[in-house]
Design a binder for this molecule. Structure first.
Ligand SMILES: [Fe+2]
Length: 350
């Protein structure tokens, strides 16, 4: 048991003023704010963003602001725990919904934060990442790692909407966030690596000493059609009562596909209820299809396709799919960062 710590009020005013004048502060009155006992006390608060609410506002942004004036036309999903306009959903995770109208382009840029997109609605858009043209079909995960040039184009006939996920808050905190701009890239005339080098799980191109070393990010696109098929196969075999989950990994190393953010595809079978452990990581869940209910720290979120909800670090969570069809979600989380820092943990709930 610790002793009750002294407060600021116990210190003479003149002493406090002298400290402040000299850019000094006593630690002990603030100690529990920065080092609470037992578990962190997150500032972030869980939230549900319904697509049916967000979508018309995003389409309106398409009328109000031409893409040239937006560079990236995005509505940020802001953490209610941090007040209006917070450029983040959790401590480390930024998510925003981006709109690209037919014929529009978003110019090439690259930046220190890493990003991934999950395609929500519309066909015909593509992202070019360091010259590799990645088609964007619903549910696909497309990576734009930190430092990779990326631009977006759209040759379809309807608006396209996708969810961007970035480790931007971390880079802002590190005072490491910046971007560079360039004209649109000329894509190479070949399919992306998911359709060529990494078409089949367990097979990678043979390496020879005279060939260039494998890129740190060899596969940039994870097609949803394959992810869903893999979840369904596993779901037919897995014991009930626990969500079936697959991690998106680097096919060459088995490590997380980005350095700080992790992505997990989840299947809840019809009527299934899952109770994940308490995790030190924060998360944002995006619903690909199906309906259900999750409770996050006691707050109940009824969700459907394209809805998005957040869970701060150490959230108590339950997920339940409605009874008639399976539910597919993608969980964005910051476990890779926490593992690199050596403090990721899971606690079995009592
Ligand atoms: Fe970007």
């Amino acid at each position: 048991m610790g002793h009750a710590l002294g407060t600021l009020e116990e210190l003479p005013l003149a002493y406090r003023a002298a400290l402040a004048r000299n850019s000094l502060a006593p630690l002990w009155p603030m100690m529990r704010n920065v080092l609470p006992h037992g578990a962190p006390q997150p500032v972030s608060r869980q939230n549900l963003w319904r697509f049916e609410t967000l979508r018309p506002l995003l389409l309106e942004a398409g009328d109000l602001t031409p893409v040239e004036k937006a560079e990236r036309r995005v509505l940020v999903l802001t953490d209610p725990g941090r007040g209006e306009g917070a450029m983040q959903a959790t401590s480390v995770i930024y998510v925003g919904m981006q709109l690209l109208k037919p014929g529009e382009t978003a110019p090439a840029h690259r930046h220190t934060p890493s990003a991934a997109r999950i395609i929500v609605e519309g066909e015909g858009a593509y992202t070019v990442v360091d010259g590799e043209k990645c088609p964007m079909h619903r549910g696909d995960l497309v990576l734009t790692p930190g430092g990779a040039w990326h631009d977006h184009g759209h040759s379809g006939t309807e608006p396209v909407i996708w969810l961007d996920a970035l480790d931007l808050p971390l880079f802002v905190y590190l005072e490491g966030s910046y971007a560079e701009e360039a004209p649109l890239q000329a894509p190479r005339n070949r399919p992306d690596a998911s359709e060529a080098e990494y078409l089949s799980a367990g097979l990678v191109p043979s390496r020879r000493p005279d060939r260039a070393p494998v890129s740190r990010y060899p596969m940039l696109r994870y097609p949803w059609s394959r992810t869903e098929a893999a979840l369904r196969s596993l779901g037919a075999l897995a014991a009930p009562g626990e969500a079936v989950e697959l991690d998106y990994v680097n096919p060459e190393t088995g490590e997380s596909c980005l350095p700080t953010l992790g992505f997990t595809a989840m299947l809840l079978r019809p009527g299934e209820k899952a109770t994940p452990p308490l995790r030190s990581s924060s998360a944002v869940f995006h619903v690909i299809s199906g309906t259900g209910t999750s409770t996050v720290n006691g707050e109940r979120f009824a969700w459907g396709p394209a809805d998005t909800f957040s869970a701060p670090v150490f959230s108590t969570l339950t997920h339940e799919a409605d009874g008639t069809e399976p539910a597919f979600l993608i969980r964005i989380h910051d476990r890779p960062l926490q593992e690199r820092l050596g403090y990721f943990e899971e606690r079995v709930r009592p």
